[in-house]
Design a protein around this ligand. Structure first.
Ligand SMILES: NC(=O)C1=CN([C@@H]2O[C@H](COP(=O)(O)OP(=O)(O)OC[C@H]3O[C@@H](n4cnc5c(N)ncnc54)[C@H](O)[C@@H]3O)[C@@H](O)[C@H]2O)C=CC1
Length: 495
């Protein structure tokens, strides 16, 4: 089975996701990936290529030792991606951590209807025949996912050795990101709107890795090869055709998004460290000056590569809303064995130059409503929450904003003075520190409220986001009004 690359700029038009013109990302963790591709994958006619396929995504490439080859970013679910980790890739504020890889929010700037990603009958909420075949494959693969992942990369690098350089030198911890992103995307092929947004962000985000359109067929072939081998019991000609269609669509969306993004933004930005302030022995605030304007929205995150660990990318949320002087602020906590985070906290100095990928993430404020905002930030997760507060203040709104700032110890509330200063300056803002070393933080929010009419934002460690989602839903906030970055991304970022 062969995939071909083709380039179609005007293929799918859907709600622009992530990094489009407005996009900036903020977030806070790591990422992985490779970069740009220029063309789209095209499935052989014999396999029944359909103009309307479903999409799954598959990024190629990945950063660092622990960075995944493919950036499933987006938060994944989770908003968090992300897909990636995020269950469904996209993310926007997805309510379901399991499916929110790159989490994302509702598409803000749609350019058209979501493409039909399905092939086969789909009626009244029932999955398409392609979706059923894909899900059957995924169920079969699940117990042997590790082996399938290894096989996928072995096939990819054996057949296309040159692609190895797009991935981090050590592909251990997150080596399965690309493969996982593809599987995750395929799993959500019946949710084209979310998936497309996720894939678009993923596609444009891959430019920084050096991914090109011509790389997609190789990935598609390795994917099919690994699935055929490890989902043997369900694999047949129809199933292969369903996967080819899915992958073709996924790659097409990514390739087109990358091509569109090329017209308006660089693949990456160089950013000089202009200030480095240790807020605690393990948490640093870095101020960066990008070499050209870096448009982003408060609540988004960026991907970052240091000069000391080439090809290892991590995600970090912006800790401030966009500033008139164009400077960017990040809060980084050095975590045990975290290559990038330790370098940023303990080694980076003014004058050092980092690379930034495009902004991503949908944990942003909807300024078209005046709903109250409930913000829950744990540890350095307070960074994007602070950016959101500044954003609301800049818009001159008077909507209630309630911030809960959780930490395990008093000392870990490193930004409490800033937050309390903001609360003093803005009567619509309240800030409550919650110190608790037994991980009951988000649950404590339920004592307050009622929250039913609020939009909610969660930022912090993956476990906190999961329990926060549960607490907020229990408090009556629908999942569609809860935003967070991809849990998968957060997990992957862990360093
Ligand atoms: N956009 C985002 O979501 C951002 C996420 N982060 C993530 O936030 C984390 C910050 O790490 P630390 O400061 O060490 O946080 P931490 O581990 O000290 O926890 C911070 C707060 O979350 C609570 N918590 C932790 N695990 C929990 C669980 N399983 N259930 C309920 N509550 C829990 C703790 O009680 C504490 O109040 C990192 O994982 C980082 O990647 C950081 C910035 C932005």
């Amino acid at each position: 089975m062969m995939f071909e690359a083709r380039h179609t700029m005007d293929a799918l038009t859907t709600p622009a996701a992530g990094n489009s013109d407005a996009g900036r990302e903020s977030g806070g963790n790591d990422e992985a990936a490779t970069g740009e591709m220029a063309g789209a994958l095209y499935a052989p006619a014999a396999l029944g290529t359909s103009s309307a396929l479903s999409a799954v995504d598959a990024p190629v490439g990945g950063p660092g030792p622990d960075a995944p080859p493919v950036p499933v970013e987006g938060p994944a679910l989770d908003g968090s991606i992300g897909l990636a980790a995020s269950g469904v890739p996209t993310a926007s504020a997805s309510a379901d951590p399991e499916r929110d890889a790159p989490q994302e929010r509702e598409p803000e700037s749609g350019t058209g209807p979501a493409p039909d990603l399905l092939h086969g009958e789909r009626s009244a909420g029932r999955p398409s025949t392609d979706a059923l075949r894909v899900r059957r494959t995924l169920a079969e693969i699940e117990p042997v996912a590790d082996r399938a992942t290894s096989y996928f990369y072995a096939l990819l690098f054996l057949r296309h050795p040159a692609l190895r350089d797009l991935f981090p030198p050590a592909m251990d911890t997150q080596r399965d990101r690309l493969f996982k992103a593809l599987l995750t995307a395929a799993e959500h092929m019946d949710d084209p709107r979310t998936l497309t947004e996720y894939l678009r962000q993923l596609g444009s985000g891959h430019r920084k890795y050096g991914t090109r359109a011509a790389h997609y067929p190789a990935v598609g072939e390795a994917l099919i090869g690994a699935l055929a081998r490890y989902a043997e019991a369900v694999w047949d000609q129809e199933t292969e055709a369903a996967w080819v269609r899915a992958y073709t669509t996924i790659s097409q969306v990514m390739i087109d998004a990358a091509a569109e993004s090329e017209l308006r933004s660089p693949a990456w930005w160089r950013a000089e460290v202009v200030a480095h302030d240790l807020r605690t022995p393990e948490v640093a605030e870095l101020t960066l000056r990008p070499d050209q304007p870096y448009p982003f929205l408060a609540g988004q995150y960026t991907s970052l590569e240091t000069p000391w660990w080439p090809r290892i990318w991590r995600h970090y949320s912006f800790a401030a809303a966009p500033r008139a002087d164009g400077l960017l602020t990040l809060h980084v906590k050095a975590v045990p064995a975290g290559w990038v985070s330790n370098a940023l906290v303990h080694r980076a100095r003014p004058g050092d130059v980092l690379r930034l990928g495009p902004p991503a993430g949908s944990m942003t404020v909807d300024h078209t409503t005046d709903s109250g905002l409930l913000c829950i930030g744990g540890g350095t997760g307070i960074a994007p929450i602070k950016a959101l507060v500044e954003d609301v203040a800049q818009h001159g709104e008077r909507r209630p904003m309630e911030v809960f700032y959780g930490a395990r110890t008093d000392d870990a509330l490193y930004d409490i003075d800033t937050m309390l200063r903001l609360a003093k300056a803005h009567p619509w803002l309240s800030v409550r520190p919650v110190v608790d070393d037994r991980a009951r933080f988000p649950d404590a929010v339920r004592q307050f409220g009622p929250w039913m009419s609020y939009d909610a934002y969660l930022a912090g460690p993956p476990g906190m986001i999961r329990s926060g989602l549960h607490a907020l839903r229990t408090a009556g906030i629908p999942g569609s009004r809860i935003r967070h970055d991809s849990v998968e991304e957060l997990v992957a970022a862990g360093d």
